[in-house]
Design a binder for this molecule. Structure first.
Ligand SMILES: Cc1cc2nc3c(=O)[nH]c(=O)nc-3n(C[C@H](O)[C@H](O)[C@H](O)COP(=O)(O)OP(=O)(O)OC[C@H]3O[C@@H](n4cnc5c(N)ncnc54)[C@H](O)[C@@H]3O)c2cc1C
Length: 548
């Protein structure tokens, strides 16, 4: 293929992804020096279109970045007033009182927010400071310099032929070069994955771990709505089949976020995370709340769960990984937005110092030091054993021992040291023959919905004429390996119904309905043969979340 000619634009810092991490970095850079040229590229059709969090926001990140965020009209208007935690059985519940929980678990002082709206507001703040933000621009490739450093990205490739080649209607995009490139793509970033592999950044660290988070927005009967109420549950319906739990957050306007997280290290390939979520809504605690209401949006996204011991080295020549491209979620708190913001701020400060010293294209080591030793590291270190305990010993022992460990860590020590995670989530999947199949009740269309109906509420869109962005390293693996060994779990772990096995002339065939993809990245993580690579489709494709 002939070399593709592209125009190049020069910036001080190129930022990939307009989530809380990327936008914080952009804002901080311009606060430090209004003359810096900073660009943010976002694959969603608008800022916020691909943002999916709970979210209960710990405002510490925003406090550090924009101390007068209240005066500036930040959409943090629903303080948490009530915090409930239940252990569920099939029909009953036991309330876990708040007092034995370590202080870090309390939500007092936090806000129930739409992170999509918070990001939209942050983008306005950034633009007022002079940051250039380009939504609808996917960064599909990294550009390397002569010394092997990351020197930029390719963004804005549109109209590829269905086989991925360039045709008469293809726009080749452009190169955006920076003294430094920040990858703030969120969980399982595709460019971040390349950088982690190329520079061997995971070496000596535990594997990254993930969960799959699914979420619906409901408008409910005003009489049942209690603005500011936060509820978390564990137990039914997952039981011993997988780790995970739910969240129910009452925001304003009679809306409620109902979400469910399944840890992706589950062993039984017959488990169907989406159907677990739908079943969960039939528990009386949820059904009573939602009855008479309507679901107005649906979405899904993976969440990082490896924590402190899984964070890769986060700098390489010319590039820094931010936020959940590193994995900064505090798992027991289910919170990562505050750390994403703090990481953006720290990366910006490191780049500002470097550029002032006329450096470029090298490693921003002071950023990494700040993340590991500063507020982010301290936040994650205290809870580092909760996830490995749950994986090794199950929910109840980990609740007791994890609670004890969080308490002792709050006092400055741990009886357990730092526990490892062992396998990655793909390797955790066991053969189907070792496990029972699970019967899921049919969705009733009122509280629970079939997957494709729900996907239409993610407003996702990918042009059919585009190349499939879900690459199979070996197209024969789904039918020849995954189907006989694992009952091809892609049919079930994908929360958007992208993967199907259909019978054609009596022969099973693997179908990839990439148009349905909601960019959660679960397939890239959980495929037991590690045969699927998620690459970014053209800009503007994917979900169009409202106030997720
Ligand atoms: C179900 C669920 C519930 C959660 N609940 C909470 C909660 O209650 N509180 C909390 O604090 N945290 C919560 N989190 C975690 C939180 O969402 C993450 O920690 C946070 O989103 C990380 O921010 P980020 O900026 O690193 O990435 P993201 O928020 O994921 O933003 C990344 C952005 O980069 C864009 N992007 C990615 N790749 C490219 C590319 N190649 N080119 C251009 N653009 C690209 C994406 O479209 C996206 O807009 C939850 C997560 C999930 C999944």
């Amino acid at each position: 293929m002939a070399e593709i000619e592209r125009e190049a634009m020069e910036y001080d810092v190129v930022i990939v992804g307009a989530g809380p991490a990327g936008l914080s970095a952009a804002i901080r850079l311009k606060q430090l020096d209004a003359d810096l040229n900073v660009v943010v590229l976002e694959k969603g059709s608008e800022v916020g279109a691909h943002i999916l969090s709970g979210a209960v926001l710990d405002p510490c990140g925003l406090d550090a970045l924009i101390p007068d965020w209240k005066e500036k009209g930040a959409p943090l208007t629903v303080p948490v007033k009530e915090d409930n935690f239940y252990m569920l059985g099939e029909a009953g519940k036991i309330r876990i009182p708040n007092f034995p929980m370590p202080p870090l678990m309390h939500n007092h002082g936090n806000y129930i927010v739409s992170m999509g709206n918070v990001c939209r507001w942050m983008a306005e703040q950034a633009e007022e400071l002079g940051v250039e933000i380009f939504p609808g621009m996917a960064c599909s490739e990294l550009v390397y310099g002569d010394s092997g450093e990351v020197k930029g990205v390719v963004a804005g490739v549109f109209g590829l032929e269905a086989d991925g080649s360039y045709g008469p209607g293809t726009e080749p995009g452009m190169e955006l070069h920076g003294k430094y490139v920040f990858l703030s793509e969120g969980v399982r970033g595709s460019l971040a994955k390349e950088v982690i592999g190329k520079y061997d950044l995971q070496k000596g660290k535990e594997p990254q771990k993930f969960g799959l988070g699914m979420k619906e927005i409901w408008e409910i009967d005003p009489a049942k709505h209690k603005e500011g109420t936060v509820t978390h549950t564990m137990g039914w319906p997952l039981g011993g089949n997988a780790g995970g739990g739910s969240f129910i957050y009452h925001l304003d306007n009679n809306q409620v976020y109902v979400g469910f997280v399944v840890h992706l290290n589950y062993k039984n390939p017959n488990l169907f995370p989406y159907m677990e979520f739908q079943r969960f809504k039939h528990h009386p605690i949820v059904a009573d709340l939602l009855e008479g209401g309507k679901r107005v949006a649906y979405g899904a996204r993976a969440i990082t769960e490896g924590g402190y011991q899984s964070m890769p080295k986060m700098v390489a020549p010319g590039v820094a990984l931010l936020g959940c491209s590193v994995g900064m979620v505090n798992v027991p708190r289910i919170k990562g937005n505050h750390n994403a913001m703090l990481s953006g701020k720290a990366a910006a400060e490191a780049a500002f110092d470097a550029i002032k010293a006329e450096r470029s294209g090298d490693e921003l080591t002071s950023y990494e030091t700040e993340v590991r030793e500063g507020a982010i590291g301290q936040d994650l270190k205290k809870v580092r054993n909760v996830k490995p305990m749950w994986s090794k010993w199950g929910m109840l022992p980990s609740l007791a021992l994890g609670g004890l460990d969080m308490w002792t860590n709050t006092l400055g020590f741990s009886l357990f040291g730092t526990l490892g995670h062992g396998k990655n989530d793909a390797e955790s999947t066991e053969e189907a023959s070792k496990h029972k199949t699970i019967d899921y009740p049919k969705p009733d269309g009122k509280l629970s919905f079939d997957r494709l109906t729900n996907v239409s509420f993610a407003m996702t869109n990918h042009e059919e004429s585009q190349p499939c962005h879900l690459h199979l390293s070996d197209p024969s693996v789904p039918i020849n390996v995954n189907l006989p060994k694992y009952a091809e779990p892609a049919q079930r772990y994908c929360p958007a119904g992208v993967y199907e096995i259909v019978e054609k002339d009596g022969t099973p065939e693997f179908v990839v309905n990439f148009q349905n993809c909601v960019h959660c990245k679960t397939c890239d993580i959980k495929d037991p043969s590690q045969n699927i690579t998620w690459v970014t489709p053209q800009g503007g494709d994917g979900p169009n979340y409202p106030n997720m």
